[in-house]
Design a protein around this ligand. Structure first.
Ligand SMILES: C[S@@+](CC[C@H](N)C(=O)[O-])C[C@H]1O[C@@H](n2cnc3c(N)ncnc32)[C@H](O)[C@@H]1O
Length: 230
């Protein structure tokens, strides 16, 4: 990817508060067992050990935060494989808690940049990609850091199956306008909204995230965008 709007560098926090003993144990014991391999091509065979003729559909979440949406989707579709990417260690611990408590065996995690994983997947291999409350980078001079930019979107488009879905949620008015502008000029994504309720109301199969809850508490509006890969 040589597109200048693809920033291959992570900004933001990698760790918050110090981990408690139980949390460190989860990171040491469970995380290595369900981590995406560090290198090499990826598919449902590599990730979940599926045989060639019966590979499960794959879904991927970029920046899953504390993992509540990832876990909710994985519990709803146990026959699908879920890949969650998040560089923030305390968030990864949140996801590990859900995975252990809900006994989810269909989730793999990558503690790092989602683009590093997405580019290693075969083209047209993902059923869905989720990007919920991405870091807004509100200053114009930081706009290139936003995940919603043509560089990352080209990659997401390549890896989604035709008819696959890209879901984007935000409560940030600047990001909302920016996303509409960027997405509306793309020919490879079709916005699945027919009326305002379609993007103002959370779909039933869209578990609420921590950021979304916080945003609602603060009186923010939240926008839910669904795009179909053409
Ligand atoms: C504002 S938080 C939202 C978290 C979660 N999606 C939610 O709605 O609660 C944005 C998250 O994206 C993560 N993030 C930022 N850049 C990322 C990247 N390149 N790949 C994966 N995650 C990323 C951050 O670490 C952060 O946890």
């Amino acid at each position: 990817m040589n597109d200048p709007t693809t920033i291959r560098r992570l900004y933001g926090r990698r760790q918050g508060h110090k981990l408690r003993r139980g949390q460190s144990a989860l990171v040491e014991d469970l995380l290595p067992r369900i981590s995406v391999p560090e290198t090499g091509a990826l598919d449902a065979g590599v990730l979940f050990g599926d045989a060639k003729g019966s590979r499960r559909p794959l879904e991927l979440e970029i920046g899953f935060g504390a993992g509540e949406h990832l876990a909710g989707q994985a519990a709803a579709r146990p026959d699908h494989g879920f890949i969650g990417c998040e560089p923030f260690l305390n968030g990864v611990v949140g996801a590990l808690n859900h995975i252990r408590d809900d006994r989810l065996d269909n989730v793999r995690l990558h503690m790092g940049d989602a683009l590093d994983v997405i580019e290693r997947l075969p083209d047209a291999s993902l059923e869905r990609v989720y990007l919920l409350h991405p870091d807004p980078w509100p200053k114009a001079r930081h706009a290139k850091r936003r995940m919603v930019n043509d560089g990352p979107l080209d990659l997401i488009a390549a890896k989604l199956k035709p008819g696959g879905e890209f879901r984007l949620g935000t409560d940030d008015p600047t990001y909302c306008r920016w996303s509409l502008m960027v997405m509306n000029r793309r020919r490879d994504f079709e916005w699945l909204a027919h009326n305002a309720a379609d993007f103002l109301t959370r779909p039933a199969d869209w578990p609420e995230t921590r950021y979304e809850r916080k945003a609602r508490r603060q009186g923010h509006e939240v926008w839910y965008f669904r795009y179909r890969r053409a």
